[in-house]
Each structure stands twice: as structure tokens, then as C-alpha cells.
Design a protein around this ligand. Structure first.
Ligand code: THU
Length: 138
């Protein structure tokens, strides 16, 4: 059993309840917090398209709303609802920046998964190099 299997499974679970009637592109995320709790998120679209929230931000915001602000890793799965198999789904720039607010760029792991056995792992630093973060405002 792979190290990330549980997290990927939970991201798959979250993807099943994604609300994506417009793009039909369903995304699920599972965020591992430092306290061991896993927070799930899915994309939530809106008839006014820009009001849509990505799966990754849904997971992060629900964790923060529960008082949790330290995170270790996030697994992301996404693809068209009719896809027979998933391709890798990378987080958008806005979600990378939201991760940057709470996560250590050098150690936070972003797991892009097609399924429980096929995945790629990146650090936040790799996905968002030379970034702007909270310490820039001190
Ligand atoms: N989406 C996510 O939820 N996360 C990503 O990493 C990429 C894009 C959503 C937003 C929108 O509902 C749909 O996928 C198509 O862009």
C-alpha cells in the first residue's frame, strides 16, 4: 500500500460530490493537517462562473474554518465527469497562492493522482517558485 493511498482515496471520495454542472470537470482534494485530521474539498461551481470555488480552496477554507492552519500535504484528483480514467490535475495559480498562505513551501507536498497507484509528488516550492507570502508583509 502506497504512502499516500488513504489521502488519494479521500480525494476520490470528495470528487464524487463535486458540484460542476457547467464545466463537468470534477475535482476532489484531501488535505492532511498537522493534527492528523484530513479535510476534504470539491469544486463548487456557480451560474455566475467566477464565483466558482476550486476543490483545493474548499478543503483549505473548511480546515481554517475549523481552526486548523497547519498542513502537511494535499492530494488532488480531477477530470471530466465522463472520463474513463483520470489524467493528472494540477492546482490553479490561485489555489497555489492560497496554499502559500498556510503551508511551508519547502515541505508541503502536493500529490497529483490519477488513481491510488499512479501519482506525482511536488513541493509547493516546485509548483510556486519565487513566491510572495505572509513574511513579505512583516
Ligand atoms: N478546478 C479545481 O477545482 N481545481 C483545480 O485544480 C483545477 C480546476 C475546477 C474549477 C472549475 O470548477 C473546473 O475545475 C474547471 O475549471
Amino acid at each position: 500500500m502506497g504512502r499516500y493511498e488513504d489521502l488519494i482515496e479521500m480525494a476520490m471520495e470528495a470528487r464524487r460530490i463535486a458540484y460542476a454542472p457547467y464545466s463537468k470537470f470534477k475535482v476532489g482534494a484531501a488535505l492532511l493537517a498537522s493534527n492528523g485530521v484530513i479535510y476534504k474539498g470539491c469544486n463548487v461551481e456557480n451560474s455566475s462562473y467566477p464565483a466558482t470555488n476550486c476543490a483545493e480552496r474548499t478543503a483549505i477554507f473548511s480546515a481554517v474554518a475549523e481552526g486548523q492552519k497547519e498542513f502537511e500535504a494535499i492530494a488532488i484528483v480531477g477530470g471530466h465527469e465522463d472520463a474513463a480514467e483520470l489524467d493528472f490535475c494540477a492546482p490553479c495559480g490561485v489555489c497555489r497562492q492560497v496554499m502559500r498562505e498556510f503551508c511551508n513551501p519547502e515541505t508541503f507536498e502536493i500529490i497529483l493522482a490519477r488513481n491510488e497507484d499512479e501519482y506525482e509528488v511536488f513541493t509547493l516550492e516546485e509548483m510556486l517558485p519565487f513566491s510572495f507570502g505572509p513574511e513579505n508583509l512583516i
